[in-house]
Design a protein around this ligand. Structure first.
Ligand SMILES: [Fe+2]
Ligand SMILES: [Fe+2]
Length: 356
């Protein structure tokens, strides 16, 4: 509001009384609150942040001694953006990230919830995730989907701790007041039975073929349970001589084989290769992203601050923050996921690149 000459005292008093009376009626005059409705560009509350694997891992091992997965429901270390409180479950934008871990011999019983989830395996090999009766043995670098309202559980039958990055659209579902959760209990069992053969979803939907006698239950969610690291990484390297994206290097998007869109309706995910000495150009966009360093080391300039990262680290880039990436001391592979499908679905996605 532009400054004007002071109001006569009686008018100011009348206005104050008017505003106070409105407030008692749970009504706020727009002219006192214009900044929340009219912004020339997003005022983003979330901040860039990095969680280092060398800090997380010892805490994970301590947590393994102190609390069981049964007591915890899921033993997850929630990565909450420093700008938000824990109730928000916000790591950045409309997405959540957490480190889940299972010690040898441990299980996490079946449950289901309306938020969509996926996992990217950080460390270990041999634990399983089961979704709707199909088990997949997880290995480092695998990308595993757990779509909304599907029964799922985990178990570590290996002799080493196993850790993965959980990704969920939890903040978005909470914002919509649409979060439901249920524990499995069937005939005294707390874990769903295995009813499908290993790699069932891969053979049904993941090979460029499809069974003609059935229709996918929901074409908007990927029927594929596990996108294997060796397959994804192999494709990344096979395309390494392409120019790629000026902002991301060689970057491949995980897709739902039924429609070519993101595997989950609310979360898109990528795997990207930054070649030796590659340094990307700067851009920004209204989707928020969680990055996980799958291989190698490098750095990112985010909103003018430099973040150096190495294998196992997780960092976030909030909406509209300018960013660029580079590899350091060789090649680097980044896994990332974002809330972009939500923004795109409603026409709110915007991207800007630096001139020159
Ligand atoms: Fe879950
Ligand atoms: Fe970007």
């Amino acid at each position: 509001m532009t400054s004007r000459s002071p109001l006569p005292n009686d008018l100011q008093a009348q206005r104050d009384a008017f505003h106070a009376e409105l407030q008692r009626m749970s009504i706020i005059p727009l002219w006192l609150n214009l900044s929340t409705a009219a912004q020339t560009e997003p005022r983003v509350e979330g901040v860039p942040h990095i969680w280092r694997w060398r800090d997380i891992k010892p805490m994970m091992l301590r947590g393994g001694d102190l609390i069981s997965p049964q007591e915890a429901e899921r033993r997850v270390l929630m990565l909450i953006n420093p700008a938000f409180d824990r109730k928000s479950a916000r790591t950045v934008g409309m997405i959540f990230g957490g480190i889940q871990f299972l010690m040898p011999g441990e299980t996490a019983e079946s449950h289901r919830h309306t938020p969509n989830a996926h996992r990217f395996i950080i460390e270990g090999e041999g634990a399983y995730t089961a979704v709707e009766g199909e088990r997949t043995i997880m290995r480092k670098g695998d990308y595993v989907t757990t779509p909304a309202w599907k029964w799922h559980d985990h178990g570590n039958e290996s002799d080493q701790p196993m850790a993965w990055l959980d990704g969920l659209d939890l903040p978005f579902v909470n914002l919509l007041d649409a979060n439901f959760f249920e524990d499995y209990q069937e005939g005294g069992l707390h874990t769903q039975p295995v009813t499908r053969r290993a790699e069932d979803s891969l053979h049904r939907w993941g090979r460029g073929l499809r069974p003609t006698w059935e229709e996918p239950a929901r074409p908007d969610i990927s029927p594929l349970l596990n996108y294997r690291w060796e397959t994804s990484r192999d494709s990344l390297h096979a395309l390494r001589h392409e120019p790629g994206s000026p902002y991301d290097g060689i970057i491949l998007e995980y897709v739902n084989p039924l429609n070519g869109k993101s595997p989950l309706p609310t979360i898109s995910a990528w795997l990207q290769l930054l070649r030796k000495d590659e340094h990307t150009r700067t851009h920004r966009h209204t989707s928020s992203t969680i990055y996980h360093v799958a291989e190698g080391g490098g750095g990112s300039l985010i909103g003018g601050t430099e973040y150096l990262w190495e294998e196992g680290d997780t960092f976030v880039i909030p909406s509209w923050a300018e960013h660029e990436h580079w590899s350091r001391g060789g090649e680097a592979v980044l896994f990332s996921y974002s809330d972009r499908p939500i923004l795109k679905a409603f026409g709110f996605f915007r991207e800007a690149v630096q001139e020159g």
